[in-house]
Ligand binder design. Sequence first.
Ligand code: GRG
Length: 293
Amino acid sequence: MNDFALLVAQDQNRLLPLIEKELVARFQQLPIHTSLSNLQGAIKYSLEAGGKRVRPMLCLLACEACGHAAESALPGAIAVEYVHTYSLIHDDLPAMDNDDLRRGKPSNHKVFGEGQAILAGDALLTEAFAILAEAKNSMAGSCLARGAGWLGMVGGQSLDLQCENQASDPHLLPIVHQLKTGKLMRTALELGGIFAEASSQEISSLGSFGEALGLAFQIKDDLLDATSNAHHLGKGTQKDQQRGKLTYVSVMGIEKAEAALGQVTQDALEHLEGLPNPQALRAWAHHLTKRAL
Ligand code: GRG
């Protein structure tokens, strides 16, 4: 294990139990009416399906990077993972990417039906804003709305759908990725800074780091989609290629996509200069862009 992987593993051992406990806690109670147990089951199914928890980890580490205890950013970490989980449930639906497999298991709608899957996503999105409202942090609420909404992830998903049905302009590719993946990653980092009560300069640096890291993460995802198999990744592969979707690999080939990944990662790292305690975030940037899953 290299030094970066060791640091990442230490962070995971320390912080993942905290995240896992809080993630399901809000959906653990008995539903008001027993008929709601279907919705509860659909929500818990996706929350407990074993995601990497990259966004909540980065949120907590951003808080520490600004000199605050990670625990203070827990509402932000949970809210961002709820939004991420909703986006994956909706992304797998037949009207979107139509994927039968997610995280090595049947997609939410394959188990619970399309209606329940849509509602599980809706409930997770709503709950994310409830957490931030309960934390009485309106800056956090508007930050999440910007990252998740029509000028962020939802806008990116819309542009992605639009690109599928027309001869796509390769120049749109970084814009789709920046919105679809980069904006929510930016939000995860900014929320850490907001809960740390960091300066606006620090929050902005964290956000720029997050957005660049999101783009790197997506380029890596394109590379993994082109070069791995479904069994290894736990989701369908080469689907982008089959659907004629623009990806970094389809636009520039594997070698240039790898070079772009290196460059964007470097850009991301530069935004960490000047933060009080950036070592953990630096290690995560290296770790995520070298990941095999
Ligand atoms: C449906 C509104 C709406 C948005 C969907 C996130 C997204 C937008 C689509 C998912 C498809 C995709 C490949 C997005 C790029 C971001 C990405 C790599 C998501 C997967 O994130 P991971 O690897 O997932 O962090 P886990 O399973 O580890 O949580």
